[in-house]
Design a protein around this ligand. Structure first.
Ligand code: CA
Length: 336
């Protein structure tokens, strides 16, 4: 953002002026129905970042919509992957405009994060809307050519289940499909994954996880959306259970970990992630990143880390349906 000096933002009056310019009204009290008492008091005082400010393209040219302090706890409101435009089972994929897919709330500029830093997005809570959408289409997914006619399924979310059909409820695994920063160069639609994150579609990007992203610009300029109430590895038909959501997050600068591509930390595991044109290449990159990480954490040479990865880490698929496909490799923290 041109003309913004971090030193001046630390000054409260200038910070307020910047918030005003960005249209940020500051903390607002808001009653959240159906929220349990344990969380209600906390949520009331949190700043909410509205989904009205959203991007459809990750670009270095993006200007900040929100400014947050390092460690500040905020609630990011996200629209579903179709921006709420799919209202019934008559709304099919061919009616969806691709330039309005995956609205990502933001960009969120994080104070104290500069170009070259590693930005950490800590996900504390994901609260899904009560209605989700699943679609298949001849234009979509691994077996698109086998699909005879597009179909849309509207799915109710009840408790920790998605009601897939009258006789089948699917367990939820809520996660954030799109989380990314402004890329170093180029412009990428928010349905595109890459080294900047973006459409990661990785089920481990969930409550109690942290996503580490390379900051290519000052402030990182994070945007997120495309929450899935449920999805399996691969996302084979091209959608998960696409829901609007409220995501409680904090942002940090991570001083100890330098990343070229996203990495994910769960309470139990470290996971590398790579998107590429082919699964072979994505697998090679994800493996290479995790082996290097193991080598650094354990203080062992490449060969030793490579062998440990082979015997103790799991290589998997995030998704095979986006413009680039993505692989991931996971190792238990017990071995590091
Ligand atoms: Ca997605």
């Amino acid at each position: 953002m041109a003309g913004l000096h971090y030193g001046s933002v630390a000054n409260p009056s200038k910070r307020m002026a910047l918030h005003k310019r960005l249209g940020i009204k500051g903390p607002r009290a808001k009653y959240i129905p159906s929220m349990d008492n344990r969380h209600r008091q906390q949520v009331i005082s949190l700043r909410r970042l509205s989904s009205r400010k959203a991007i459809y393209v990750f670009s270095k040219k993006n200007k900040p919509a929100y400014l947050v302090s390092e460690g500040e706890r905020v609630i990011v409101e996200t629209k579903d992957a179709f921006g709420g435009s799919v209202r019934s089972e008559k709304d099919l994929f061919e009616h969806v405009s691709m330039d309005k897919v995956n609205p990502a709330t933001g960009p969120i500029m994080v104070e104290s994060v500069f170009r070259g830093d590693t930005l950490c997005v800590e996900i504390e809570r994901i609260r899904c809307g009560r209605r989700g959408v699943v679609m298949c289409s001849p234009e979509l997914g691994t077996l698109g050519t086998d699909v005879r006619r597009s179909r849309t399924k509207v799915v109710r979310i009840v408790g920790r289940k998605a009601i897939f059909s009258e006789d089948l409820a699917v367990d939820l695994n809520p996660h954030i499909g799109v989380v990314g920063v402004s890329p170093a160069r180029g412009e990428y639609p928010t349905y595109h994954p890459g080294d900047f994150g973006g459409n990661m579609d990785t089920v481990e990007i969930t409550e109690r996880s942290r996503v580490y992203l390379p900051a290519f610009v000052d402030g990182g300029m994070v945007a997120m959306g495309d929450v899935h109430a449920a999805m399996g590895d691969g996302e084979v038909c091209g959608t998960g259970v696409e829901v609007p959501a409220e995501v409680q997050v904090r942002f940090f600068k991570e001083g100890e970990l330098a990343v070229k591509r996203p990495m994910i930390e769960t309470p139990t595991n470290w996971i590398s992630y790579a998107a590429a044109k082919t699964l072979d290449e994505a697998a090679r990159l994800a493996t290479s990143d995790l082996v290097r990480f193991i080598s650094e954490r354990r203080g062992v040479d490449f060969e030793d880390a490579y062998m440990l990865a082979s015997v103790a880490a799991n290589l998997g698929i995030s998704q095979v349906v986006d413009p680039l496909v993505a692989a991931k490799m996971s190792i238990s923290k017990r071995y590091l």
